[in-house]
Design a protein around this ligand. Structure first.
Ligand SMILES: [Zn+2]
Length: 320
C-alpha cells in the first residue's frame, strides 16, 4: 500500500466513524503539525464542521475557513514564548471555551499544535476536558512524536497517523547507502568516520529545512526559535528514514547470513556486496549489526545528540 493509499484509508475510516456517530472525541494526530499532521487535523475538523452532510467537501465556507484556521468553531492552541511551551493558562482558557455553545450550534473542534509541548501542568489542566468532553466536540492533539506526551493523555486518545511527510531528496540516501556498503568498521577511526558522515547528513538536512521553512513562511515573520524548532521536526523525519534504510540493509545481510533466499532482499541490486558482508559477519555478527542500528535509534529517542548516537552504534560494530 502506498502512503497516499494508506492516508486515504485512514480518512475513509474516520469518515465512516463520523457518519455512524462513533467517531472518538479525542485524537492524537501523529505528524508534523506544520505539514502532514496539520493537514490531517484540519481535514478532521472539516469532517465535523463542513456544511454538507457527505463532507468534507473542501469548498464550502466552513471548509475554507478551517483551512485558514479562521473558522469560529475551530479553536487552536500553539506553543508560546521563548520556551515554546503550551501554557497552563492557554489550556485553561481553551477548556472553558469548549464548554460554551458553538457559533453554529453544531460541532466544535480544538487543535493543539505541537501537543508534545504541553508541560505536566498544562496536561493536568486539560485532563478533565479529555475525560468529560462537552458533547459534539472533537479534540485533536497534533504532534510529530506523540511518544513524548505523557501517558495519562495518550491513554485517553485514539491515534490517527498522518502518514509520511515528503522526504527531501538531498544527499542523505546516497550517503547512507555508501556507509552501508562499506560494512562493519575495521577500526575505531573507521567507526568515527562513518558516524560523522551520517551526522553531517543530518546537519545538512536541518539547514535545508531552515531554508525551506524561511521560504515557505516568508510573510509570517517567524522567530528564529520557531523556525529552528520546525526544522528540527523535519530533520527528525530524515533521521528516521536514514535509520530505516540502514536497518533494511542490515536485515538483508542477516537474511543472507541465515541462508535466506535473495527474493527476500530489500536491496536486490546490491546482492553481491550484501553476500560479501554476510559471509564476513556470519549469522551472529549480522544479528549484532541489526541490534547496533536499533541501539542507535533508541539513543536518538533518548535525545542523545548526533554524532554521539551514531558513534555508539558503529563502535559496537567494529569487526573483532
Ligand atoms: Zn465543506
Amino acid at each position: 500500500m502506498s502512503s497516499a493509499e494508506a492516508q486515504a484509508a485512514v480518512r475513509e475510516d474516520l469518515r465512516r466513524g463520523h457518519r455512524s456517530g462513533r467517531l472518538a472525541h479525542a485524537w492524537i494526530v501523529e505528524g508534523d503539525p506544520h505539514r502532514e499532521g496539520g493537514d490531517l487535523a484540519r481535514w478532521m475538523a472539516r469532517l465535523v464542521l463542513c456544511a454538507r452532510e457527505d463532507g468534507p467537501c473542501g469548498v464550502c465556507r466552513d471548509c475554507r475557513t478551517v483551512e485558514s484556521w479562521t473558522h469560529p468553531d475551530l479553536h487552536r492552541v500553539v506553543p508560546e514564548g521563548k520556551s515554546r511551551q503550551i501554557t497552563v493558562e492557554a489550556m485553561r482558557v481553551t477548556a472553558k471555551e469548549l464548554y460554551l455553545t458553538s457559533f453554529s450550534g453544531g460541532w466544535k473542534a480544538l487543535a493543539v499544535l505541537e501537543a508534545d509541548r504541553m508541560g505536566i501542568q498544562a496536561c493536568n489542566a486539560f485532563l478533565k476536558t479529555l475525560e468529560e468532553p462537552p458533547p459534539r466536540t472533537l479534540i485533536l492533539l497534533v504532534a510529530a512524536d506523540p511518544s513524548q506526551m505523557i501517558a495519562t493523555i495518550r491513554s485517553r486518545c485514539q491515534t490517527a497517523r498522518a502518514g509520511r511527510p515528503p522526504l527531501p531528496d538531498g544527499p542523505w540516501r546516497e550517503v547512507v547507502l555508501e556507509v552501508a556498503r562499506e560494512g562493519a568498521p575495521a577500526s575505531v577511526l573507521d567507526a568515527l568516520r562513518a558516524s560523522h558522515r551520517l551526522a553531517a547528513v543530518l546537519d545538512e538536512a536541518q539547514k535545508t529545512a531552515v531554508r525551506e521553512i524561511k521560504a515557505e513562511t516568508a510573510d509570517e515573520d517567524l522567530e528564529d526559535d520557531e523556525i529552528n524548532a520546525r526544522a528540527a521536526t523535519r530533520m527528525v523525519a530524515v533521521r528516521e528514514a536514514l535509520l530505516e534504510t540502514l536497518l533494511a540493509w542490515q536485515r538483508d545481510v542477516l537474511v543472507l547470513a541465515s541462508g535466506g533466499p535473495a527474493e527476500l532482499l530489500g536491496f536486490p541490486d546490491q546482492a553481491e556486496t550484501l553476500s560479501a558482508q554476510a559471509a564476513r559477519l556470519g549469522r551472529d555478527g549480522a544479528i549484532r549489526a541489526v541490534n547496533a542500528v536499533e541501539t542507535m535509534a533508541t539513543a536518538f529517542r533518548r535525545n542523545l545528540k548526533q554524532p554521539g548516537a551514531f558513534e555508539a552504534g558503529f563502535l559496537s560494530l567494529i569487526a573483532t
